[in-house]
Write a protein that binds this ligand. Structure first.
Ligand code: RB5
Length: 184
């Protein structure tokens, strides 16, 4: 069985502890914490919410890079979505956060990149379960569908939840990625 490249939960898995510090900036295992590196991006429709998310990441002390867009001038979501997804898949960043009008376009683009598990989240439950069950490594948000306060809560929940390493979740996530021989 091929195991997926899971996001770098701290080791060991069996000691993973769930949501971490109240400041929410570190992923916690019960053994030690680590600083997450986050790649952030949007198109024009997600630009304003992306700026809110950037402010949140800054105030919570996250290490992040903003890949743009840097204004609400029209841009094509696949361009920035792919850059962010590839930066996460390549290991330079632990997680990605992408914002477009609905989150859908960005999630479709990101999920084309091998190793990416992108989840569009519109409430906290989805955000938590996308981390705990799916080990989502990219969060996609809708700048036209979410208010900033709910979006920021979703981001906090998503960033502070760790993958639940129970065998069934590891097995299921392992079945997501097509074998490398299938052109990937
Ligand atoms: C841009 O108008 C819009 O189509 C885009 O942001 C996104 O919602 C696509 O999924």
């Amino acid at each position: 069985m091929t195991f997926p490249r899971l996001t770098p939960n701290p080791v060991p898995w069996y000691n993973c502890g769930g949501p971490s510090t109240s400041s929410g900036r570190r992923e916690t295992t019960g053994v030690r914490t680590r600083q997450l590196k986050i790649a952030l991006g949007s198109d024009h429709a997600g630009y304003r919410l992306k700026e809110e998310v950037a402010a949140l990441l800054r105030s919570d002390g996250y290490d992040f890079r903003d890949f743009g867009a840097f204004s609400d001038e029209p841009t094509d979501y696949p361009d920035i979505g792919r850059q962010v997804a590839e930066a996460v898949a390549g290991g330079e960043f632990d997680r990605g956060i992408l914002v477009c009008g609905t989150g859908v376009g960005m999630s479709i683009v990101a999920n084309k990149v091998r190793g990416i598990r992108a989840a569009v989240c519109s409430h906290e439950y989805t955000a938590r379960i996308s981390r705990r069950h799916n080990d989502a490594n990219v969060l996609a948000l809708g700048g036209r569908t979410l208010g900033p306060e709910l979006a920021k809560e979703i981001v906090r929940v998503w960033l502070t939840n760790v993958f639940d390493p129970q065998e069934r979740h590891v097995r299921r996530v392992g079945k997501i990625e097509p074998p490398a021989t299938c052109g990937g």
